[in-house]
Design a protein around this ligand. Structure first.
Ligand code: ADP
Length: 877
């Protein structure tokens, strides 16, 4: 993101203006606290006056109510007094009867007493009292009788003879004649009122203020009241404070001291009676209420403060947390941004509404080459989920996100790979996208420019390689065809050369053995030698060609080394018979008697070295030794000959190299011997080398893996000639007349009866007709070749079907020999052959040898003295 961070983090910028700083919250908190406490103090300052005001209002109402009620009650009692006075004015009647008859009504707790003019009780509400008590001293009696009070008189409370408090209301009873008949007194229990008001003032709200009502006369003496009555009654004297307070006005407030403490009071005077109704609360109780309300205000202040503080703390904590989270988020964003910028590929995130939330530098570079932010943010309009793919050129699928249009004017999607985007400036992106669980789209664009370039180069290269491969294939086919042509040419040449050579060689042998003059016999011997040399050359060329073509396979068998060495030394002796050279061999005691190796090829290797040693040594000795060297067996062929020029080095093993050593004429040979030898040694898994000193001799050494063999598995080696064969009846088939004649001559000379035929057909007919001990068939013949004849015979049910069969062929290639043998021959004999080879072969197929044939070993038939014998196959091998 780096430079583009501003574009990538618009949300963070927007958040900043709305953020409330810490100090604002602290300031608001302090202000709120101050205001709330100011309000609390202000309220408390007003509380006292308000509470007192409220108390006085209540007291005013209560006193008015009390005055009303008292007024009513007194009026009602006064009505009774009036009615009683009226009735008593005319006659002496019975009060009790009047009450009983409900002529006058009497409240409970009220007593009526009628006192005569003498001051003695005449009757009460309970009936006449003949022994009426003298009440002449009573204040009321005196007021009416002495002071001539006519109206209602309300006396002060007093203790009755029964020790209960009463106060009296009285009226004078005047007869119709105007004479005073007496005084009617209503005795009222002051508690009559107290009970009612006590009940009334018990209410919860005002009970705590110790409310009380009292009724005073204008004389300042209590008449009745609520529960405080008792205290007034016990000290019954005028209350000066009340008299002072109530002297002016019908209603008003005042404070007065009471036995229970200072009291806040309000009075209301009754309208028509000299009575003052007072309602009061205890001043102390009002103080308590004020204190309580102030306490409540403080509590509310504390509560509000707590709420303000708690709210502030929560706000601060939340803000702090959100800041920490923001810091973390921003650190994470920075981390993500740095990480994303490290990525070389383009990366971007779009929110669920398609707005670009985050992207890295590579993304900006890919899609916003002008560095214009608006260009970047519009990219989301190209990335719309779920919209169907358009056929417009350049539209394509980005992962699961489809694009409606190319990302910009120059950008086009690859037509074959729809998520590969061409940025139009040689760069390519592989665009992938996926949805996150919160509905955001992650877009990832890997720069594949290099891989596109490489791909293109690779494609070109691949095409070139394919073209080259095609060319190579054609060349290989050509080479294969050439090899086949070469092979068949070599086979043909081999056949063509061998066939006449066979005849020349055979006839020369016959001539050499015939009773001729010395000179012609010598000539025959020379012909024979030349022929052998020519065969050597042919064989060398064939061997080398087969080795080059990897067509030589080894056929290991167990061999007796000593026998092989004896034979090789014998050959060396023959070769050096005209020179003062001694040939000998030596086998180290640690070398096993029997070893496993391909006898023919090992013999070929050693014979080549021994022949060279014999050839290049004029005097001294040729020596062949074998020693065990760990897991290898080491053969050394040393001579005391002319040696090899050091400059020749290992080129001596190259084909056609004839290391020209000084002091000797170029010898005969193809220069293939050592080349073949080295290839054979390599084929055996061994190595070859030499040391040489000019004029002093040469030592060639060969090492091959040493595998010890069991005694009974020994190969026959080159055994000597056996006793002559018994006379046999032999069929021969050979198309070449010279060869046929030669074969016939050789066999006839040994005393066998021979029938000869020109082709396989006539030979087969004869075989099915006559009895033979053996048949020798040439392979290549007109009409029917030898293999077909052999197959037919073997397949027939004729008694001669298992007749011993020998094949003659100039085709000495391994696979060809194999093929011939498989058609039913007991032995395959290569052309040209020597007489003794033929005899040995016949002996073998007829099982006439004194030594039984080794079924698993191949018979070796020597072709000539110098060469390794040509491989022959018997059918039991
Ligand atoms: P050729 O068939 O010509 O002998 P070889 O490959 O067998 O071919 O030998 C190649 C050459 O190596 C010979 O021509 C000869 O010069 C040299 N050479 C091989 N063996 C010996 C040896 N024992 N002493 C001296 N020279 C040798």
């Amino acid at each position: 993101m780096g430079d583009m961070k501003g574009l990538a983090s618009p949300r963070r910028k927007q958040r900043d203006p709305g953020r409330i700083p810490f100090y604002t919250i602290i300031f608001a908190c302090v202000i709120s606290l101050l205001v709330s406490w100011f309000v609390v103090f202000e309220m408390n300052a007003r509380t006292e006056s308000e509470v007192r005001e409220a108390a006085y209002r209540e007291l005013q109402q209560t006193s008015a109510l009390f005055a009303d009620q008292i007024s009513n009650s007194i009026n009602s009692i006064d009505a009774t007094l009036r009615m009683g006075s009226y009735l008593l004015s005319e006659r002496s009647s019975h009060l009790d009867k009047l009450i009983e008859k409900k002529i006058i009504s009497l409240e409970p707790l009220v007593m009526l007493t009628f006192v005569g003019p003498d001051g003695r009780v005449i009757e009460t509400n309970e009936g006449p009292d003949p022994n009426g008590a003298d009440l002449s001293g009573l204040e009321e009696v005196r007021a009416h009788l002495d002071n001539n009070v006519d109206g209602l008189f309300i006396g002060q409370p007093m203790l009755s003879p029964t020790q209960s408090w009463v106060f009296h209301m009285s009226r004078k009873v005047t007869g119709a004649d105007g004479a005073t008949r007496g005084v009617l007194i209503a005795s009222i229990n002051p508690y009559y009122f107290a009970c009612f008001w006590d009940e009334l003032l018990k209410g919860d709200r005002i009970a705590a203020l110790d409310p009380a009502v009292s009724l005073f006369g204008f004389d300042g003496v209590i008449r009745t009241g609520s529960h405080h009555l008792e205290q007034y009654l016990t000290s019954l004297h005028p209350q000066q404070a009340i008299m002072d307070a109530t002297s002016s006005g019908l209603t008003g407030r005042f404070q007065h001291q009471h036995a229970g403490g200072l009291r806040e009071s309000h009075f209301t005077k009754t309208m028509d009676k000299p009575l003052i109704a007072v309602a009061s609360y205890s001043s102390r109780a009002i103080g308590v209420r004020v204190a309580q309300q102030q306490r409540e205000a403080y509590l509310i202040g504390v509560l509000i403060s707590s709420i303000i503080l708690a709210t502030s703390c929560i706000l601060l904590f939340a803000m702090n947390t959100s800041r920490i989270n923001e810091k973390r988020a921003s650190a994470a964003e920075v981390r993500l941004a740095s990480a994303l910028d490290v990525i070389k590929d383009s990366f971007a995130i779009y929110d669920s509404e398609g707005r670009l939330c985050a992207f890295n530098r590579a993304f900006a570079a890919s899609f916003n080459q002008r560095g214009d932010a608006s260009d970047l943010t519009t990219i989301n309009t190209y990335l719309a989920t779920g919209s169907p793919a358009s056929d417009e050129p350049g539209s394509g699928v980005v992962g699961r996100v489809r694009t409606r249009r190319p990302v910009s004017g120059n950008h086009t999607y690859s037509p074959d790979r729809q998520n590969e985007l061409n940025l139009g400036d040689g760069r390519w992106l592989r665009v992938e996208s996926s949805q996150t669980p919160i509905g955001e789209t992650v877009v990832y664009g890997a720069d594949i420019s290099e891989s596109r370039r490489r791909e293109a180069a690779l494609l070109l290269h691949t095409r070139q390689i394919e073209a080259q491969a095609q060319k190579m294939k054609e060349l290989a086919e050509l080479a294969d065809r050439a090899a086949k042509v070469k092979s068949s040419f070599l086979a043909a040449m081999s056949h063509e050369l061998r066939t006449p050579l066979n005849a020349i060689n055979g006839f020369a042998q016959v001539l050499g053995k015939s009773a001729m003059a010395e000179e012609p016999r010598h000539i025959a011997t020379l012909i024979n030698q030349s022929c052998r040399h020519l065969l050597d050359i042919v064989d060398d060329i064939l061997d080398f060609t087969r080795l080059e073509a990897d067509r030589v396979t080894l056929h290991p068998s167990r061999i007796v080394l000593r026998k092989l060495f004896e034979e090789l030394i014998e050959t060396a002796s023959i070769l050096t018979k005209d020179k003062p050279v001694k040939a000998r061999f030596d086998i180290a005691p640690d070398v096993p008697t029997h070893i496993v190796a391909d006898l023919r090829r090992l013999k070929q290797v050693l014979l080549n070295l021994v022949s060279n040693a014999a050839k290049f040594t004029q005097s001294g000795e040729v020596r062949l030794i074998a020693v065990a060297a760990g897991e290898m067996i080491r053969f050394e062929v040393s001579d005391t000959g002319e040696g090899i020029d050091p400059s020749v080095g290992t080129s001596i093993f190259e084909p056609f190299e004839q290391g020209a050593s000084s002091g000797r004429l170029r010898t005969s040979g193809t220069g293939l011997g050592l080349a073949i030898t080295r290839r054979l040694v390599n084929l055996m898994g061994g190595r070859i080398g030499y040391e040489s000193h000019l004029g002093r001799g040469t030592t060639f050494h060969v090492e091959i893996p040493l595998i010890a063999g069991r005694a009974q598995d020994e190969a026959p080696g080159a055994s000597g000639a056996d006793a002559p064969l018994p006379p046999l009846r032999i069929l021969i088939a050979e198309d070449a007349p010279s060869s046929r004649l030669l074969l016939r001559m050789v066999l006839a000379k040994q005393g066998h009866k021979v029938d000869d035929f020109e082709n396989g057909k006539t030979a087969l007919d004869a075989l099915l007709k006559n009895e033979y001990d053996l048949a020798i068939l040439d392979v290549q013949m007109p009409v029917m070749d030898g293999t077909e004849a052999a197959e037919t015979l073997r397949a027939s049910r004729h008694p001669s079907a298992d007749l011993p069969l020998i094949a003659l062929t100039a085709q000495v290639l391994d696979d060809e020999v194999e093929r011939i043998r498989a058609t039913g021959f007991d032995l395959v004999l290569g052309k040209p052959f020597m007489e003794e080879d033929l005899v040995k072969g016949i002996r073998k197929v007829l099982k006439l040898s004194t030594k039984p044939a080794q079924p698993q070993l191949r018979a070796a038939v020597s072709l000539h003295g110098q060469r390794a014998p040509e491989l022959v196959h018997d059918k039991n091998a």
